[in-house]
Ligand binder design. Structure first.
Ligand code: SF4
Length: 125
């Protein structure tokens, strides 16, 4: 599908817990300091021309994907949220990328950027 129809959707737990930027309000407030993987996600979204949004929970995530222009989603969250999200988003295709939780759930989570990139390509090709 064309890049303008692809959306990267990630949970706000990827944000560094000490970062003061209000990225939930506006993702462009990220200063791209590199202390969390959000910098890398923004760079991937620009490289491939796909949209990138953050959600603070399941309801907000559903709001972000319901637009008709969104035809495919790369979703980054924990397995539980991904499972619920895939059901809620159906029939739109979702490539699910589980987050990494080196500090336990919901805090300073990470994601393998190479896997996100592969997922974006799988929707574009
Ligand atoms: S990359 Fe830096 S500025 Fe952006 S959300 Fe992460 S910690 Fe905050």
């Amino acid at each position: 599908m064309p890049p303008e129809n692809v959306l990267i959707l990630f949970s706000h737990c990827l944000q560094n817990s000490e970062c003061p930027q209000k990225i939930i309000r506006d993702l462009q407030l990220c200063k791209r300091c590199g202390k969390c993987t959000i910098k890398g996600l923004l760079e991937l979204s620009e490289r491939y021309g796909v949209k990138c949004v953050v959600a603070s929970g399941g309801v907000m995530a559903m709001e972000k994907v319901k637009s008709g222009s969104v035809k495919g989603i790369v979703a980054i969250a924990c397995e539980k949220e991904l499972k619920e999200g895939i059901k809620g988003i159906f029939p739109k295709p979702v490539v699910a990328v589980p987050n990494l939780r080196p500090k336990g759930p919901c805090k300073d989570c990470q994601v393998e950027l190479a896997e996100v990139e592969r997922s974006i390509k799988s929707l574009l090709e």
